[in-house]
Design a protein around this ligand. Structure first.
Ligand SMILES: NC(=O)c1ccc[n+]([C@@H]2O[C@H](COP(=O)([O-])OP(=O)(O)OC[C@H]3O[C@@H](n4cnc5c(N)ncnc54)[C@H](OP(=O)(O)O)[C@@H]3O)[C@@H](O)[C@H]2O)c1
Ligand SMILES: *[C@@H]1O[C@H](CO)[C@@H](O)[C@H](O)[C@H]1NC(C)=O
Ligand SMILES: *[C@@H]1O[C@H](CO)[C@@H](O)[C@H](O)[C@H]1NC(C)=O
Ligand SMILES: *[C@@H]1O[C@H](CO)[C@@H](O)[C@H](O)[C@H]1NC(C)=O
Ligand SMILES: *[C@@H]1O[C@H](CO)[C@@H](O)[C@H](O)[C@H]1NC(C)=O
Length: 319
């Protein structure tokens, strides 16, 4: 209890709150600059082998809501926004929930069709695919797009136009909050210098023991931007690399937890939010059950597993 309270206090870019007294981390939320509350632990639906198709989405979201998740992470690129909208409409009453109990994040595709002056239209299309009154959080998925229009493209002006268009969409209520993904300190500084009146609420980045940028976390804390991790478990292609590391397994055994719980708790304990994906109800429940403390000694062992490489797309090459 005492240790968890410490986490609550630290999770405060964004002042943190605690909802239910018996269910600490699972209901832990951060407060975004808008005043909206966002869960510390959410559920991811994308990446390699993303969750797609109305039958798959409905079946999995049934377990996701049943397990207790209230934040669903998706993106235009995952091609499941419409199915998530339909499935939630069907499932919310079953769990006695309404739209306002759920937090839905989506992202602007990293494509020419969605970037720059097309961004407002792309946001509106995401909004229409969900069929809700609003999206909770919309992120720029990547600080540039693929394929780039030329070698060494400078995306600076396009990013600025993209943000301006998304701010327009937010003012109209298409999304309640705006943020970014895969932004480094340089991209964030540029945005903060010309934010069209809206600071990014969230930066979602790759973050796990083999790849984490401590200066970025410090920068985000100072700026009141919540840092959210993807690939906490290594992602579908690299999960064995992390989940089967002897240090991770050893710490898990010592604490009586699973390697997955250790990897997620390692992030949360640094005030980094998480969005693990799973098709297994058992894993879904484990991943929400992070109410334990990793001793500082073991936190350092995990942090020192750092490798030079990133598992997927590197924004540092994006001007
Ligand atoms: N912004 C971006 O650029 C970006 C990029 C990539 C991903 N994302 C987002 O981040 C989310 C998470 O990333 P991800 O889905 O690629 O990878 P992840 O959550 O790191 O790993 C998912 C894999 O871990 C396994 N797993 C889950 N819980 C486990 C547990 N407790 N024990 C053992 N294995 C477990 C899952 O298998 P089982 O099904 O068997 O549990 C699945 O294969 C994505 O869904 C997406 O929403 C964002
Ligand atoms: C639904 O899930 C199954 C099993 O994972 C997969 O084979 C199938 O391709 C999925 N359907 C869609 C539309 O993605
Ligand atoms: C459903 O929600 C209503 C209103 O919040 C509450 O009064 C009721 O007890 C809930 N029912 C269940 C089964 O949780
Ligand atoms: C990219 O363009 C911006 C805006 O025109 C400019 O301020 C910046 O210096 C450029 N960056 C590089 C590396 O050329
Ligand atoms: C992650 O998986 C990809 C695809 O299998 C592979 O190319 C890459 O080398 C892996 N990275 C690490 C660090 O294991």
């Amino acid at each position: 209890m005492h240790l968890l309270c410490k986490t609550v206090v630290l999770l405060t870019v964004v002042v943190a709150i605690r909802a239910e007294k018996n269910d600490l981390t699972r209901d832990l939320k951060v407060i975004l600059p808008s005043g909206d509350k966002m869960s510390v632990i959410g559920f991811g639906t994308g990446g390699v082998r993303g969750i797609r198709g109305i039958e798959n989405v409905t079946k999995i979201l049934d377990d996701v809501l049943g397990a207790g998740y209230r934040l669903i992470d998706t993106a235009a690129a995952y091609e499941n926004e419409e199915d998530i909208g339909k499935a939630l409409k069907e499932l919310l009453p079953k769990y006695n929930l309404t739209r306002k109990d759920i937090f839905v994040t989506s992202k602007l595709a990293a494509s020419k069709e969605a970037f720059g002056e097309n961004a407002y239209k792309a946001l509106k299309q995401s909004f229409q695919r969900f069929g809700f009154d609003y999206i909770d959080l919309y992120l720029i998925h990547f600080p540039g797009y693929f394929p780039p229009p030329g070698p060494n493209t400078n995306f600076s002006t396009l990013r600025d136009e993209t943000w301006k268009q998304l701010v327009k969409g937010q003012k109209e209520g298409l999304t309640r909050n705006l943020g970014v993904s895969n932004y480094n300190i340089r991209h964030l500084t540029e945005l903060l210098n010309n934010d069209h009146g809206v600071k990014p609420a969230v930066n979602q980045v790759e973050w796990h023991p083999e790849y984490h940028q401590d200066e970025l976390l410090e920068f985000c804390k100072k700026q009141g931007i919540a840092l959210q991790a993807y690939f906490s478990l290594g992602g579908v292609e690299n999960k064995t690399t992390l989940l089967e590391k002897p240090d991770v397994k050893h710490i898990a055994t010592k604490l009586g937890k699973t390697p997955g719980q250790v990897l997620l708790r390692w992030a949360v304990q640094q005030n980094v939010l998480v969005i693990p994906k799973s098709r297994s109800r058992k894993h879904m429940e484990q991943n929400l059950d992070l109410n334990f403390e990793i001793p500082e000694y073991d936190m350092n062992i995990l942090s020192n597993l750092k490798q030079p490489g990133k598992y997927i797309w590197n924004p540092d090459t994006i001007i």
